[in-house]
Design a protein around this ligand. Sequence first.
Ligand SMILES: [Ca+2]
Ligand SMILES: [Ca+2]
Length: 322
Amino acid sequence: MNLTNISEVHVDKAWPSTVSTDQLADKVVSSGSVRIIQYGGTPSKYVVAVPQSQNGVAIDKTEFAAGDTVTITLSPGEDMQVAAVKVKKLDGNYVDAVVSPQDENVYSFVMPATNVTITATFEDATSVSLTFDDNKVARGALRTGTISTNALKGVKSLFIRIDYDSENFILKSMAPSGQLAYDVGGNLNSGDYAMAFESPQNISGALMTFELQAKNDANLGSYTISCIVEVNGSYAGGVNNPDSAYNSSSTLTIGASVGDLNSDGRVDEADAVYLLFYTFRSNDYPIPAGQIVDYTKDGKVDSDDAIYLKNHIQNPTQYPIS
Ligand SMILES: [Ca+2]
Ligand SMILES: [Ca+2]
């Protein structure tokens, strides 16, 4: 047997003072970069080994008696989290390591009557994002927002709240992503949506889409739209206590798109048609606040202004509007 790759050797106190290489080879009972060697009798203590190649794993000491609690402290690094912790016995089976309720980076297990090796893997930290199809919106126009996650694990239920300035925006719709099979429903007045699943889900990608409309009389400016996503809620003793919660936000700027008379977020020929309708039936075709439609600046609004707007769309330099 080749012993040259042994990086650590742990010996029981029952060892004789001299051991030949052949005797050592017989006693190698684990494999990998860390070899654990046992010699004779039943050891009073057992070894917890962390391979040298393993970063971010620390244990309080290296030798434990069977039945001791072993504490593992993990250091995932910035924007990373623990993916899995494995405690492997010499026979190849695993011991369950349990995460601390207080600290997601602390695990513990009960030392078995055998040596063990610990390995941990890390992954990108779970996050939630809120994005819009466009961060600018004209008065009266809609924007579609999407709430997404890179990885939510073991989701039995979700609560999503969208926070927005209700003086200036109207929440028009909320819809769970098509990948979420079972939903309970939402409340457009509060911006709340809750869903539950018959079995725990691992979710990545879109959680929900929603539509936010800038009011026709909205104050121009930039607004922060935020969301909170709570996972696996529970209520006890007057306190809500989800397993985890994530926040995100995005900015939406309300601007008057000059010439966007039908408030669809675009300035095109439909607005020129809208203006022509307005000259016949102004009550049925209201002009959004902030829009100036006397483009010809002759003191009246008529078909000349609709034609001017049509010309502007085709040649904005020659037919400026403001
Ligand atoms: Ca328009
Ligand atoms: Ca005019």
